[in-house]
Ligand binder design. Structure first.
Ligand SMILES: CC(C)(COP(=O)(O)OP(=O)(O)OC[C@H]1O[C@@H](n2cnc3c(N)ncnc32)[C@H](O)[C@@H]1OP(=O)(O)O)[C@@H](O)C(=O)NCCC(=O)NCCS
Length: 164
């Protein structure tokens, strides 16, 4: 039985975030839609269970839009991912954002299922956008489930509208 808690990222989390992102995404930064994000410098939420950190979401607010830059759960299917999404939805709405959005990769069927079941809708495909990340760090040609890893898929949720 999981008994996790969600708290905002604090100033002591920086080194852990950099290492965690490196372990999960192959570099201390996220490269997406031709931008580089240093997650340790972003606001976010940490899921904890006791002393252990079991999940991280980082985000960036620009011009009333809130982008989820990273989302990782170390405790699959226990509600951690959903809890982190709920936390950023609240933070974005409280900051006056009208839109919550993110990109994921074309091979990430798990994420596409997860986000759509939580109220996100597909917006667009950035074809071959993964090449940008490949120029900066090692990104495999073949991704999850043997799918060629090529494109970014953008999803969004308009805040204030009914969501699952
Ligand atoms: C996508 C991701 C963040 C989901 O995190 P998670 O902690 O497993 O998410 P949740 O536990 O909230 O939900 C996952 C499933 O578990 C189920 N679940 C949640 N709590 C549960 C519980 N207590 N008991 C049983 N099942 C539960 C949910 O119904 C959900 O299934 P669904 O998506 O079919 O509805 C996680 O798989 C992950 O870190 N993936 C790798 C990184 C990644 O791809 N990130 C997104 C890139 S943009």
């Amino acid at each position: 039985m999981s008994d996790f808690r969600i708290r905002p990222v604090d100033s002591d989390d920086g080194d852990w975030i950099a290492q965690f992102i490196d372990e999960r995404w192959g570099a201390e930064f996220i490269a997406a839609h031709y931008e580089v994000f240093h997650c340790r410098d972003l606001p976010g939420f940490v899921a904890t269970e006791g002393e252990e950190k079991v999940g991280l979401l980082t985000y960036k607010i620009v011009a009333g839009d809130c982008e989820i830059v990273s989302l990782d759960s170390l405790q699959p299917c226990m509600g951690v991912g959903t809890g982190l999404i709920d936390a950023v939805k609240t933070a974005a709405a409280e900051s006056g954002c009208k839109r919550l959005w993110l990109v994921t990769t074309n091979d990430n069927m798990n994420a596409l299922r997860f986000y759509q079941k939580r109220g996100f809708v597909l917006v667009k495909i950035n074809r071959n956008a993964i090449e940008f990340a490949r120029n900066l760090k090692a990104v495999p040609l073949i991704g999850a489930e043997g799918i060629p890893l090529r494109d970014e898929i953008e999803l969004e949720m308009i805040l204030g509208e009914a969501a699952c």
